[in-house]
Design a protein around this ligand. Structure first.
Ligand SMILES: Cc1cc2nc3c(=O)[nH]c(=O)nc-3n(C[C@H](O)[C@H](O)[C@H](O)COP(=O)(O)OP(=O)(O)OC[C@H]3O[C@@H](n4cnc5c(N)ncnc54)[C@H](O)[C@@H]3O)c2cc1C
Ligand SMILES: *[C@@H]1O[C@H](CO)[C@@H](O)[C@H](O)[C@H]1NC(C)=O
Ligand SMILES: *[C@@H]1O[C@H](CO)[C@@H](O)[C@H](O)[C@H]1NC(C)=O
Ligand SMILES: *[C@@H]1O[C@H](CO)[C@@H](O)[C@H](O)[C@H]1NC(C)=O
Ligand SMILES: *[C@@H]1O[C@H](CO)[C@@H](O)[C@H](O)[C@H]1NC(C)=O
Ligand SMILES: *[C@@H]1O[C@H](CO)[C@@H](O)[C@H](O)[C@H]1NC(C)=O
Ligand SMILES: *[C@@H]1O[C@H](CO)[C@@H](O)[C@H](O)[C@H]1NC(C)=O
Length: 555
């Protein structure tokens, strides 16, 4: 339409006063401003030899004499040491590049660089981070920032980029009195972004303490976890991880190291606690509250269903018991996974300050109703009472395969409706019949979390594929959440439900509202203060609407 041409011009020039309507492209190999070997070498000297060339993990393994073992390939701990590796290997692939560029395990003779960065600074000091940021500013390069490489939206990798890899920032420092602006905030721990949750749990146990953290081994709390807000099985008791953050140290796009807390750069403090990972700068440490540790009873129940109908009925019965844990502010993960055609629901429950007998009693009403469903049978039931650190501790995370997620937060009202159970049952039945392989329910948002936002749980849909899938099948699967899963899920969540940005779909069309709710305008304004040149752009992150899918050219 002719009319919209001029209105588009007005709109664009309002939104991008700095760049007008001309696309601005960052430098990539081959463009005139891309640094030459001498400049890279100078950077390498500045960062004390910590600059490395990056290759996809399959190539990295192929280049090692003897290769990587299958145990290594599937270990998140091992993969976190490889600069180019993502935990989910699909995020290393350049499916959307022209032509597509992939590098697959066991077929590395025709390996493309895909969405993997070109160089990485394996940063050891704040000065290394600052040098990398300044280098990217000087040469107008795409930056990627990575701690563990867990990101389910692939935000910690980018084609033609310079990666700042933070895995060597492994400092951990406990204190009984953390000071913010002269005020004693009490017991806290400061961690670098290379510190894994499993280390936090072990080291805090030795101190008789615990922090709010996820059920994962290698997720980095000072990386993407806190920036997404961070849910936890003990969040109903103690609030989200972000609710317990006290301070960040961050290198912003000017290269400056900032102290960020409620008194200093408080607007950025707001953004770093849920405003989305990767959009603000490079975090070099985060300080979070610690609590005296306590015992929990952890219970794992596995139930098999003989059909999709039985599995859906099980989900409906589960919904009837969704508030059973409220009295003790417990947390729960309920994961329905279809393996070889058989749906199995694994229910992992964390019950604070609850004895084994009390825990069993709390779960019995659900279990009795579940086992009364025709076709539902008990595979196993185990529980332990132990310090919460031990129950949340994981020795490693599964990695090395192809996986995409999509999710919706489920409002409390959806479970309070008189026909809630029937609705849940109908939604699960449709999802299973549509071929959904995994439906993960996170009951981690009641209690202290729903005191802040009336959400009770989140449902996450998982889709996977084998390397042997065709590119067109992969494309279909990558978009399945939007085309198939979401319309079904919305029958439960409602059409305007939000989504947890860390466990979500890369292709959310209205990510601004879906991930950031009413806060997007405020977050955009904060970004323009701390990152006026859009150095830190990630998929579905604040400001990304100004850039193409690779963060290389403005649109
Ligand atoms: C097995 C598994 C279990 C999980 N369990 C939970 C859970 O229980 N609760 C929960 O809330 N989430 C959970 N998650 C999701 C997790 O919170 C996100 O994947 C999170 O983004 C991981 O952060 P990371 O830094 O470890 O990952 P990365 O992939 O390294 O980074 C993720 C994002 O953070 C940015 N980033 C990383 N480091 C920095 C830094 N130093 N400074 C600035 N930006 C940085 C990256 O650019 C990227 O955008 C889980 C994920 C996995 C794989
Ligand atoms: C950076 O310097 C170190 C030490 O001199 C060297 O081993 C490494 O190969 C260099 N990196 C690159 C990308 O050339
Ligand atoms: C690669 O080979 C190993 C060892 O034979 C095997 O275990 C693995 O499944 C293969 N991976 C793929 C993607 O084919
Ligand atoms: C540890 O934290 C305390 C309190 O915040 C601080 O005084 C101390 O300098 C820190 N130690 C290290 C080694 O960073
Ligand atoms: C657990 O119980 C102990 C002892 O009664 C109490 O001191 C502590 O505050 C409780 N912890 C939680 C998290 O409820
Ligand atoms: C925690 O549980 C252990 C058993 O695992 C028990 O020995 C200990 O007394 C419990 N601690 C408290 C405070 O209840
Ligand atoms: C539940 O009730 C709502 C509102 O009354 C209705 O729209 C919906 O169709 C019902 N769902 C089921 C599965 O009965």
């Amino acid at each position: 339409m002719r009319i919209s041409l001029s209105s588009t011009f007005v709109l664009l020039s309002t939104l991008f006063p700095a760049y007008g309507v001309h696309a601005r492209c960052r430098n990539v190999p081959g463009s005139a401003g891309f640094p030459g070997a001498d400049q890279w070498s100078t950077l390498n000297t500045t960062v004390n030899g910590n600059l490395v060339a990056v290759v996809p993990s399959a190539k990295y393994c192929a280049d090692i004499p003897g290769g990587c073992t299958e145990v290594e390939w599937t270990s998140a701990l091992f993969r976190s040491t490889i600069p180019g590796a993502m935990n989910q290997v699909n995020f290393e692939q350049g499916y959307d590049l022209t032509p597509p560029s992939v590098c697959l395990q066991n077929s590395t003779t025709t390996c493309g660089q895909g969405d993997v960065p070109i160089y990485a600074v394996e940063a050891e000091t704040v000065a290394d981070v600052q040098a990398a940021v300044q280098f990217a500013q000087t040469y107008d390069l795409r930056i990627a920032v990575k701690s563990s490489g867990h990101d389910y939206l692939g935000r910690s990798t980018a084609p033609n980029s310079l990666l700042i890899h933070m895995r060597k920032f492994t400092n951990v420092n406990f204190t009984d009195g953390f000071m913010v602006n002269g005020q004693n905030m009490g017991s806290a721990v400061t961690v670098g972004p290379g510190v894994h949750l499993q280390d936090v749990y072990l080291q805090s146990l030795a101190q008789g303490k615990i922090v709010v953290g996820g059920t994962a081994a290698t997720v980095c709390p000072a990386g993407g976890y806190l920036q997404g807000a961070g849910h936890s099985a003990i969040a109903p008791l103690l609030g989200l991880a972000a609710d317990n953050a006290l301070e960040f140290q961050i290198v912003v796009s000017s290269g400056q190291l900032l102290t960020v807390n409620k008194a200093s750069n408080s607007d950025l403090f707001f953004a770093l606690r849920g405003g989305g990972a990767g959009s603000w700068g490079v975090i070099v440490s985060a300080t979070v509250r610690t609590f005296p540790t306590f015992n929990v009873t952890g219970s794992v129940i596995e139930l098999a269903a003989s059909s999709n109908t039985a599995a859906a009925a099980l989900a409906g019965v589960h919904a009837q018991h969704i508030f059973d844990l409220d009295t003790i502010r417990g947390g729960q993960y309920f994961y329905l996974e279809v393996t070889n055609g058989i749906p199995v629901m694994t229910i992992t429950t964390v019950m604070p300050n609850t004895t084994m007998d009390e825990g069993t009693a709390l779960l019995t009403p659900f279990l009795n109703d579940a086992l009364a469903i025709p076709g539902v049978s008990l595979i196993s039931q185990n529980s332990q009472t132990a310090p919460v650190n031990e129950v949340l501790y994981m020795s490693d995370d599964a990695a090395g395969f192809n996986l995409v997620l999509g999710s919706r937060l489920i409002p409390t009202t959806a479970y309070q409706a008189t026909n809630a159970s029937a609705t849940v049952e109908a939604v699960y039945k449709r999802l299973l019949d549509a071929g959904t392989l995994g439906i993960l329910g996170n009951l981690v948002a009641g209690g202290q979390v729903s005191a802040n936002a009336d959400i009770v749980s989140a449902l996450i849909l998982a889709n996977e594929w084998f390397d042997s899938a065709s590119l067109s099948d992969i494309d279909t699967i990558r978009h399945t959440f939007q085309t198939t899963g979401l319309p079904i899920l919305e029958q439960l969540s409602g059409a305007d439900a939000g989504s947890y940005s860390n466990e979500a779909d890369l292709f959310e069309p209205d990510f601004q509202t879906t991930f950031y709710g009413p806060n997007y305008a405020k977050l955009s304004a904060i970004k323009s203060v701390y990152d006026p040149s859009d150095l830190f752009i990630v998929a579905a992150g604040v400001g990304s609407e100004r850039w193409d899918e690779w963060g290389l050219c403005t649109v």
